[in-house]
Design a protein around this ligand. Structure first.
Ligand code: PLP
Length: 352
């Protein structure tokens, strides 16, 4: 079965081999206070900088999930107010969880067929602006130029970006925001249970001014530990090892991102050529490159998904309000051209 699910997604072919290697090397019971772990953590952060262009000045933290990042940001970085711009289910969940921890969060819904309108945004110095760069639920995305325009208009507020289904798939300019996060079971092509939280120096200064120290995952404690390449709790050491192996193998993100964009363009052209299907996102400027969301008639989609499964292709269900009217196809780096071509052949030949 080839998984085209947009998370958890197809993993690197080498994951079984890397895992066996980890067992042999004693990684599975490695002490997280040992020198060996500290070297592994340090090397992994170094590779992230090399392969994904994470700036030297930004601090990388190992956490367990993107959902945990929502919580950490609410606890440690939001003092007065968070402002959430979203058009889909993940952005909305982020808003809801934050609002429970820090009541008074502001929700700004925008149309999924339109770019986020920077002119509509009014932010105070102390706000945290929360943006879902790639909305996995519907396949819309916020363009780099939009993030750039927001940063240019607002220097003072913190900008937090959920890049869970785009980091390691497309090139991101980390300098245009303060907090970035992603879990590894999407574009990284790794098993779930590990996520990265990447913080600008300004974000950490803000956290220091707020001084929140009530949780094991308060960012100030995490930073204290990360100074010696450690974590506040026993982390997913195997997950970090697999990430390290994957990063060593990975191309630099400029190359991967260009391939992802090309493949996405080809996917959209292909979908548009099929009579029964069309891209959910009509506006090319806000289409995700990593999650291809396709709409069609509900019974047709059901038959298509079932037939695909029999042929060995796992397609993603629609999500939330688009559950029955769309399906989603991951366009993640570890999926091979051969796999994509055979799925396209199947889709082209399918008769309901
Ligand atoms: C998958 C996803 C999440 C949740 O990730 P977890 O690792 O399960 O917490 C959050 N945001 C977006 C955009 C996602 O795609």
């Amino acid at each position: 079965m080839v998984s085209f699910y947009p998370g958890p997604s197809r993993v690197h072919d080498e994951v079984p081999r890397w895992t066996a290697e980890a067992a042999k090397k004693g990684i599975l019971s490695m002490n997280h206070r040992s020198m060996e772990f500290m070297h592994l953590a340090e090397d992994t952060v170094l590779r992230l900088r090399q392969k994904l262009n994470v700036p030297r000045t930004y601090t990388v933290f190992f956490v367990s999930s993107a959902t945990e990042c929502w919580e950490i940001i609410a606890q440690s970085f939001v003092q007065r107010r968070s402002v959430h711009c979203y058009n889909g289910a993940f952005g909305e969940k982020w808003y809801q969880y934050t609002n429970k921890l820090r009541p008074g969060a502001q929700a700004l819904r925008f149309n999924l067929q339109q770019p986020l309108d920077v002119e509509d945004l009014v932010l105070d110095r102390e706000d945290v602006l929360c943006i879902t760069q790639n909305e996995t639920s519907n396949g819309s995305s916020v363009a780099p130029s939009t993030l750039h325009a927001i940063r240019t208009k607002y220097r003072a507020p913190l900008i937090a970006v959920d890049a869970t289904s785009s980091m390691a798939g497309i090139e991101l300019n980390f300098t245009k925001a303060d907090l970035w996060f992603a879990s590894v079971q999407k574009c990284f092509g790794l098993p779930a249970g590990l996520a990265l939280l990447i913080c600008s120096p300004r974000a950490l200064e803000r956290a220091e001014a707020i001084g929140e120290r009530d949780h094991y995952n308060s960012v100030l404690f995490m930073r204290e530990m990360m100074r010696s390449w450690q974590t506040t709790h026993t982390p997913n050491v195997l997950g970090i090892y697999l990430l390290n192996r994957a990063l060593h193998k990975m191309r630099v993100i400029a190359e991967t991102g260009a391939i992802t964009k090309e493949r996405a363009k080809a996917w959209f052209n292909f979908v548009e050529s099929l009579p029964a299907l069309q891209p959910l996102i009509a506006n090319k400027n806000v289409r995700s490159s990593t999650v291809i969301t396709v709409s069609g008639e509900t019974t047709y989609l059901e038959k298509l998904k079932a037939a695909a499964k029999r042929k060995g292709f796992l397609l993603g269900n629609g999500y939330g309000e688009y559950k029955t009217t769309t399906l989603r196809i991951a366009n993640f780096p570890v999926i091979t051209d051969r796999e994509i071509n055979s799925l396209k052949r199947f889709l082209k030949g399918f008769k309901a």
